[in-house]
Design a protein around this ligand. Structure first.
Ligand code: HDD
Length: 713
């Protein structure tokens, strides 16, 4: 478990600076006695002060009034978007100083500096209490507590956005959120208003392709990318600018759930992603992400067939490579969800010397919106001093008063210029010690008009579609059919299909085939045929079973010798095995000793694991075969293309009419077919290659080549 005391302590100016600051406000009530908010000790908090035993409650009861009043005011408005989120602290460290010629931001260029961070991951559309595994974009917001002030990179797990200009944001959000008349559906994009909006606003289509893809169903916050989305600017010591796009790449690779699984997890464990983040950090399996940048010299501003200021476009990685800058490790859970994760306030305009904006119209509106939203959410202008938001650098200015002021500013001046306080706080300087806005030359007329360079809505949606592997394409078509299948208005379904025809004719025809509307007769324009391999999740890291959860199904008479050995081997590969049995407690093995169980099968579900093993033991397997939960567990894991394994008599449980894989028979030591690993051996004869082959299958995440359409869900 990571606690304040076992954190690495690297002294002032390092990763723990923020934690040291927070230690000053952390409160531990162990060994204390109950008091009122005024510090008055009390000995009774269960009964109100009344006249006699059955009489009215008295106004004199200051304790009851204070307690109830505080309770009445416990809630603050949830975020208008990204209400559901989970956070963690960590630190970022650059690998070297190669970015120094491009930016004066120290946290990106000084490899000896570990900058503390706080990250909040979120879904977008759902309320605070909604499920984690909905089809949605995931927020990936990082606050860097740098030695030059706070820098916020408020990104998503998708590199583009739905709209090009922030003025449309309220319309988009109103369309995607639950419908206003009945507040249905919660945290779902599968409803009429979103798709009506999409059909009318073709600039959404590229992002919609991402939203219909597996990217919208992350297996874990630890296994998803993050993107700054906008083109930002780096600024160097000479004041020269370079365009930059920021990328976070998870060290564990980018992996997703399947849609059927997501819907079931939403009921079985609505906190699935939140729990995964929390438990991984508690277990010391710290999430890690590599920060990379795509750099474009200002002279190349117009070198692309899209506009760099258009947030609905990516710069394909094959065109401009992502160059690694450093690594972020999340190693510390918050102590209090409300105080930290709920009150953290991100703002795209929180930038430090060396980073600046561009004229991306989406970014420009965001720079207004985030400060504004914190004022209503956190109740006044002093939210930057809520501990999680507080910079680790001194904050010295003449801003004063307001709700919830907690500092006591001494002295009689709170204005600039003064002579009475020695002119302090005084102006700093010169650049790059102080922030100085990038001196971009801008001229023009006041107009409301979208640039012509923003008007290609389809090319990159097509690029995304072309870049998908066959299973990914299949998932996208199924997603469109599911979503549009929930749209009551036929004309909206038809309009979306007609839009998809601009992306790819076959895609439009396949979607139309599932939702009862007319397939477009001919293509609008030929598919350009270009692709970007970096966009496919099949090209992600698949080399480790680290932190993958494995269910081992056991019952009375199980082969305890092999199970114990297997548990050790799986742990050596970094996987997390858990023993599930028809009942909680312990099972007696074939050798007569006891095996402790982690949970009863019917309290868990295959959707909460990455893989499942059915061990030998004829009696055990017979019991599992007659337990519907156990049979369903294995069937469902198979259906969801997960790593499935069995040995000895356990192989019989996989011998089902729907299982179209080769299984180990007779004396075969290890057979691997489409992510299913079997062995005819048991006890001490079970070869170590069995565990290795199973962990390889876990590392590949899913065996998409396995045909599972006919397997019962
Ligand atoms: Fe936003 C929250 C990401 C466009 C207005 N946004 C919010 C969060 C993330 C993003 C990750 C949650 C932060 C947290 O965890 O507290 N938003 C994005 C990205 C966008 C984007 C990547 C496009 C590239 N957002 C966007 C626009 C507007 C907003 C165009 C308004 C014009 N976003 C907000 C907000 C929120 C917010 C209303 C809600 C709560 C908050 O800010 O703190 O101001």
């Amino acid at each position: 478990m990571s606690t304040s005391s076992d954190r690495r302590d690297n002294g002032p100016g390092g990763a723990d600076d923020k934690q040291r600051q927070l230690d000053a406000v952390r409160v531990d009530l162990t060994g204390t006695e109950l008091t009122t908010n005024q510090g008055v000790k009390i000995d009774h908090t269960d009964d109100s002060l009344t006249v006699g035993e059955r009489g009215p409650t008295l106004l004199d009861d200051f304790h009851a009034r204070e307690k109830i009043t505080h309770f009445d005011h416990e809630r603050i408005p949830e975020r208008v978007v990204h209400a559901r989120g989970s956070g963690a602290y960590g630190y970022f460290q650059p690998y070297d100083d190669w970015l120094a010629p491009y930016t004066v931001a120290e946290f990106l260029t000084n490899p000896s500096v570990q900058t503390p961070t706080f990250v909040r991951f979120s879904t977008v559309a759902g309320s605070r209490g909604s499920a984690d595994t909905v089809r949605d974009v995931r927020g990936f917001a990082t606050k860097f507590y740098t030695r030059q002030g706070n820098y916020d990179l408020v990104g998503n797990n998708m590199p583009v956005f739905f709209i090009q200009d922030g003025i449309k944001f309220p319309d988009f959000v109103h369309a995607v959120k639950p419908e206003p008349h009945n507040e249905i559906p919660q945290a779902q994009s599968a409803h009429d208003t979103l798709w009506d909006f999409v059909a009318q606003q073709p600039e959404t289509l590229h992002m919609i392709m991402w939203l219909m893809s597996d990217r919208a169903l992350p297996r874990s916050f630890r296994m998803m990318q993050g993107f700054g989305v906008h083109t930002f600017r780096l600024v160097n010591a000479e004041g020269r600018g370079t365009f930059v796009k920021f990328h976070w790449k998870p060290i564990l690779g980018v992996h997703s759930l399947v849609w059927d699984e997501c819907q079931k997890i939403a009921g079985k464990d609505p906190d699935f992603n939140r729990r995964d983040l929390w438990e991984s950090i508690e277990a010391g399996n710290f999430p890690e992400y590599e920060l990379g940048v795509q750099l474009v010299p200002e002279s190349d501003e117009f070198a692309f067939d899209f506009d760099l200021l258009d947030a609905t476009k990516i710069i394909p990685e094959e065109q401009v490579p992502v160059r690694p800058v450093g690594r972020m490790t999340l190693n510390h859970n918050p102590d209090n969800f409300f105080a930290e994760t709920e009150q953290v306030a991100f703002h795209t305009a929180n930038i430090v010397p060396g980073i600046d904006f561009t004229n991306d119209p989406l970014l420009q509106t965001r720079n207004f919106s985030y400060l504004d939203t914190q004022l209503i959410r956190l109740g006044g202008p002093n939210f930057p001093f809520i501990p999680v938001n507080q910079a680790i650098t001194p904050v010295t200015n003449n801003q004063r008063d307001g709700y919830h002021q907690t500092m006591i500013h001494k002295g009689r001046t709170s204005y600039f210029k003064n002579t009475l306080s020695g002119g302090c706080p005084a102006l700093g300087g010169p650049w790059p010690d102080v922030f100085s806005h990038y001196q971009e030359k801008v001229e023009g007329h006041k107009i409301r008009k979208r640039s012509e360079s923003f008007k290609d809505f389809y090319s990159q949606a097509t690029l995304f579609w072309n870049s998908m592997s066959d299973p990914e394409k299949k998932h996208i078509v199924a997603a469109f059919r599911f979503e549009l299948g929930h749209v009551a208005h036929k004309h909206v379904r038809q309009a979306v299909v007609d839009q998809l025809n601009h992306v790819d004719h076959n895609l439009a025809v396949m979607v139309a085939g599932g939702i009862g509307v007319n397939p477009p007769e001919r293509e609008v324009q030929p598919n350009h045929g270009r692709s970007s391999p970096a966009l496919s999740q099949l090209n992600t890291a698949m080399d480790s079973a680290f932190s993958r959860k494995v269910a081992i199904l056991v019952a009375e008479g199980v082969d305890g010798v092999a199970v114990r050995a297997l548990v050790d081997q799986l742990k050596e590969h970094g996987a997390i095995p858990e023993l599930l049995a028809p009942h909680d407690g312990a099972v007696r093995t074939a050798d007569g000793d006891e095996l402790q169980v982690d949970a009863a099968i019917n309290t868990m579900a295959s959707v909460l694991y990455d893989g499942v093993v059915v061990p030998c033991g004829p009696q055990s397997v017979q019991m599992l075969a007659s337990d519907g939960y156990a049979v369903h567990f294995v069937t469902e894991a198979y259906k969801h293309h997960k790593a499935v394994a069995a040995f000895g008599a356990g192989v019989d449980l996989l011998d089902q009419p729907w299982a179209s894989v080769q299984l180990a028979r007779d004396d075969e030591p290890v057979v691997v077919d489409q992510g299913v690993v079997t062995s005819a051996k048991a006890r001490n004869d079970l070869p170590a290659e069995f565990a290795t082959a199973f962990c390889d299958a876990l590392a590949k995440h899913r065996a998409w080549e396995r045909s599972t359409d006919g397997v019962p869900a």
